[in-house]
Write a protein that binds this ligand. Structure first.
Ligand SMILES: [Zn+2]
Length: 160
């Protein structure tokens, strides 16, 4: 199955709130695995076509399917975070994420909890493992903070 098709399936099946929003899933030369660009103008103005979710093709190809699905769901949860914010809150989140890692951690963990509650617990465990393996030193320095621990994933998957 193509990744664009997988993306569409996850969006349609698990994110009915996003039904009216067009979002494309595109390859981009970027360091990070996936990016949802929720601070773009399109997302800020909540246009019918939101900015695309972009991915790094090499990382995508070497990531297990369940983990890819969880990563897609995570990015779609970011879109919901953006849509749920009024303009002031949206700007506030953007600025605070630029200023402190703590704010970024908060935004990421919130998106991760949403992802788990939407039924992607197993994929989130796999995603955590594959990111840890890929990022090595940077994992401990920065990225591990943005992920949920396995026991946290279990905790949140039991209460929907
Ligand atoms: Zn994220």
């Amino acid at each position: 199955m193509s990744y664009a098709k997988l993306f569409k399936e996850i969006k349609n099946k698990h994110f009915p709130e996003l039904k009216e929003y067009k979002i494309s899933f595109k390859q981009k030369r970027q360091k990070v695995f996936m990016n949802s660009n929720i601070f773009s103008i399109k997302d800020f103005l909540k246009q019918k076509e939101l900015s695309p979710i972009t991915y790094n093709k090499e990382i995508l190809k070497s990531t297990p399917k369940k983990a890819v699905e969880a990563a897609i769901a995570h990015e779609l949860c970011h879109k919901l975070q953006g849509l749920d914010s009024n303009p002031l809150k949206h700007i506030y989140i953007w600025v605070s994420c630029k200023l402190t890692l703590q704010s970024k951690v908060k935004l990421e963990r919130e998106a991760n909890i949403m992802t788990v509650r939407r039924g992607f617990a197993e994929g989130m465990v796999q995603l955590r493992k594959s990111c840890e393996k890929r990022l090595k030193k940077d994992w401990d320095k920065k990225w591990s903070k943005l992920h949920l621990l396995e026991k946290e994933i279990k905790k949140h998957s039991s209460k929907k």
